[in-house]
Design a protein around this ligand. Structure first.
Ligand SMILES: Cc1cc2nc3c(=O)[nH]c(=O)nc-3n(C[C@H](O)[C@H](O)[C@H](O)COP(=O)(O)O)c2cc1C
Ligand SMILES: [Mn+2]
Length: 499
């Protein structure tokens, strides 16, 4: 088994696994799809293939990523941590010691070599080619997601550009407001790589947008890689198969051969439009702002192309699991810069950039503060508004336990670090857009060098008594389930968050 090779294989897999419902009733992409999907996502329900979206002959797929199970199916993995380990193995490669090590090493090297995208002559994404007056975005079932949205917008694109200086490719996921038959806005925020390519271009920047990819490549478009790393290489590595590319019809860019739909075109320097407002993953409407206009020169598609969508809004929404995939996959990479980090959690309810809980192997005074600064200095994690640091034995995914440590171990006067720095483009809370306050909370055990009194011992029952009670349990006449169902467990909390 390997991750699905294209969107149709993926739909087939979802269907076989009982993870997809085909909706044959005519449904309006204007608001109605959102209300349906929002209910289904929040209940942990299936992916939906709307076969008859109103006003379009293209089926609309949504909620493909909406549960942990589907995310694991997409990566062909038992857990998202396993996907992270695959990457960690390569990052932490050591020089081989003996023959066995050498053979393992060669396998890993081969997997890296096979990650580079591969150019091929032709592909299904160009079965139908529409240029000139035939370009018509209104043929696609583009959703208008929320009542206050300015227009329909393309929600799940993989936007491909090249760095005008280095030629390096970038792929990012940026919402695209449909302006008319052949143009959209391009909402690349100020911290993003696509925006940087645009700022470096003089005159115009060629852009290609792939829609309806295999799930791993679609995920990769949302991954926060350093600018010089091609997201398609990550996709190739995680798929175990290179992404195949074909030359664009009207642009000097390569486009995925397996996409359902590709939009080709360009963005002119200083050609701006008013983008928004749109309901976004902050749970609020982001206000109208100037963003560049993308002019579409060609639409190429597979025959009977399927249009992919995702709805973002108040958390939890479908993008929760794209974010959780990133959280898990990037843990080994984060540990490369901060090896004392044991684990971290970006709560879905915190829209990912609002809060980061991190557990560390603390070994010197001020270590928690060092890690706060590390988080504030790492890629897009630098936009994190609050960081909570706990000791290595605390389960960062158990919010009840984290809350306990914050309450029990924090002297706000000593353990709260107020700082400032860059904030998420869409964060409406800071006084200034893009820049504002940050808070770090040190909930670790403190030593005398940090000005604490002798730290008390934590309450733990002795192993002796625990074993004794295990052995004697049946004598007490208390049902085992009565103590196994932990009302305050992580599972129970997750249930609450889903509601
Ligand atoms: C569903 C979804 C929608 C997104 N929309 C936007 C967006 O409109 N603008 C933006 O800058 N980032 C958006 N993002 C986040 C970027 O895709 C993400 O930061 C990615 O790392 C950007 O790629 P880059 O670092 O190569 O620029 C979105 C992410 C998801 C999952
Ligand atoms: Mn990038």
């Amino acid at each position: 088994m390997a991750p699905p090779g294209d969107l149709r294989e993926w739909i087939g897999l979802l269907e076989r696994e009982g993870e997809l419902v085909r909706v044959t009733a005519e449904v309006d992409p204007h608001l109605e799809v959102t209300e349906i999907v929002d209910r289904v996502v929040k209940a942990g329900g299936p992916a939906l293939l709307f076969e008859n979206p109103k006003g379009s002959s293209h089926p609309l797929l949504v909620n493909q990523f909406g549960t942990e199970r589907r995310m694991c199916l997409a990566f062909d993995a038992d857990s998202l941590d396993e996907v992270g380990r695959r990457l960690g193995d390569v990052l932490e490669m050591q020089p081989p010691q003996g023959l066995v090590d050498k053979v393992k090493g060669l396998k890993k090297l081969k997997s890296i070599a096979d990650s580079q995208p591969k150019n091929v002559r032709s592909g299904p994404s160009q079965e139908v080619v529409l240029t000139g007056d035939d370009v018509d975005l209104s043929a696609l079932p583009v959703q208008t997601c929320w009542p206050g949205d300015a227009a329909p917008f393309i929600t799940l694109p993989a936007v491909i550009t090249r760095d005008p200086r280095t030629g390096g490719r970038n792929v990012g996921m940026y919402r695209m407001q449909v302006l008319d038959r052949s143009s959209t806005a391009m909402h690349w925020q100020i911290h993003k790589d696509g925006r940087a390519d645009y700022l470096l271009a003089d005159g115009k920047l060629e852009v290609a947008v792939a829609l309806g990819l295999d799930p791993v490549t679609a995920y990769a478009a949302s991954a926060p890689l350093p600018k010089h790393v091609d997201e398609l290489m990550l996709a190739g590595f995680l798929r175990g198969e290179p992404v195949e590319l074909v030359p664009g019809k009207t642009v000097d860019l390569e486009v995925p051969a397996n996409a359902e739909i590709v939009l080709e075109g360009y963005i002119g320097k200083d050609d701006l439009t008013t983008e928004g407002p749109f309901g976004d993953h902050t749970g609020y409407y982001s206000p109208a702002e100037p963003f560049p206009v993308f002019h579409v020169t060609a639409i190429t598609t597979r025959r009977d192309a399927i249009y992919p969508s995702i709805v973002v809004g108040k958390p939890p929404a479908e993008d929760a699991w794209l974010g959780k995939a990133t959280e898990r996959i990037f843990l080994p990479a984060i540990r490369m810069s901060a090896p004392e980090i044991v684990d971290y959690d970006l709560p879905v309810a915190g829209a990912f950039h609002n809060c980061c809980i991190v557990s560390i192997r603390k070994s010197y005074p001020g270590h928690a503060q060092k890690v706060m600064h590390a988080i504030w200095g790492l890629g897009l994690l630098s936009l994190t508004k609050s960081v909570v640091v706990v000791d290595e034995w605390v389960d960062v995914h158990d919010y009840n336990e984290v809350f306990f440590r914050v309450g029990a171990n924090v002297d706000p006067k000593r353990d709260v670090l107020l700082s400032e720095g860059p904030l998420d483009h869409l964060d409406h809370a800071p006084t200034l857009q893009f820049y504002g306050g940050k808070i770090g909370i040190d909930a670790t055990h403190k030593g005398p060098e940090e000005g604490a009194r002798p730290w008390p011992e934590e309450i733990v029952m002795s192993d002796e008594v625990r074993s004794l009670v295990d052995v004697r349990w049946s004598e007490y006449g208390i049902r085992r389930e009565a103590v196994e169902a932990d009302g305050h467990s992580k599972g129970a909390l997750r249930q609450l968050l889903r509601r």
